[in-house]
Ligand binder design. Structure first.
Ligand SMILES: [Zn+2]
Length: 255
């Protein structure tokens, strides 16, 4: 039985280059492949283009609302493999058609694509592929710090940004991308450099909340009555407060 593969990674992880290499390997053994890509990826028009300069015309451009089953049913049985570039841009329905094709026509489909967008959310196509693909393989690229890059950060006019539409093609309208590891993504894009970045605010809020709760629990001890109470009761209340504060600090760190 043939399989639906999803080979995913951040930008620059060599996905398109590998696709062309796989096509070459099949053809060298005189086996036929078909190459598909979504029309939404305007880079290179009807060609797929790699960052290292290789390019090749695709056999079929998939339009955004296209019923892919029509094309897939027309594929002759002598095809050994279907390769899909930028498959994150396909719809859920189109991925489902590719899945059916692998099982009903007994031809493997290898999809290449991104894991997530510049806000770290899945694309419709990648989400569906993670749900249904028979085999998933991660491809790697390196972050500027040397770690494995997982995310695609969008750069507009030289600045990292975390707002905007999901799709903005690389190289158009001053948009470019950089692959970053999780830590660099937090630091460079979300500007979060310290785990306890809002510790001070939380501490003050927590203290006020706990103090109010304690006062409520010990409602006899209003500020008025406190003055009249013995020193030991005040010490007990202070100890309780400190204990709860400590507990609160601890559980907050675990979240
Ligand atoms: Zn990094």
């Amino acid at each position: 039985m043939n399989k639906l593969y999803y080979r995913y990674g951040a930008m620059n992880s060599g996905k398109t280059t590998l696709l062309l290499q796989v096509a070459h390997n099949y053809e060298e053994r005189e086996m036929k492949v078909l190459i598909l890509k979504p029309g939404i990826d305007t880079k290179g028009d009807n060609k797929i283009v790699t960052r290292i300069g290789l390019s090749r015309e695709v056999d079929h451009l998939i339009l955004p609302d296209e019923d892919l089953s029509v094309y897939l049913k027309s594929i002759s049985n002598d095809i050994s493999c279907v390769l899909v570039d930028e498959s994150q841009f396909l719809s859920k329905e189109q991925i489902d058609e590719l899945y059916k094709f692998t099982k009903l026509k007994n031809i493997s489909v290898i999809c290449y694509g991104l894991r997530s967008d510049f806000k770290t959310n899945a694309f419709p196509g990648s989400k569906r592929l993670f749900e249904v693909a028979d085999v998933m393989e991660e491809m790697y690229t390196t972050c500027r710090c040397g770690k494995r890059a997982k995310f695609n950060a969008r750069i507009v006019n030289g600045e990292f940004t975390s707002s905007g539409d999901q799709v903005a093609i690389d190289g158009e309208n001053e948009v470019s991308y950089e692959s970053l590891c999780g830590k660099c993504y937090l630091e460079k894009v979300l500007k979060i450099t310290d785990y306890d970045y809002d510790k001070e605010n939380n501490s003050i809020k927590d203290r006020l909340r706990i103090y109010k709760e304690e006062i409520k629990k010990n409602n006899k001890l209003t500020s008025k009555t406190l003055k009249k109470e013995k020193k030991t009761i005040l010490i007990k209340l202070r100890d309780e407060l400190n204990k709860n504060l400590h507990k609160n600090e601890y559980t907050r760190k675990l979240k």
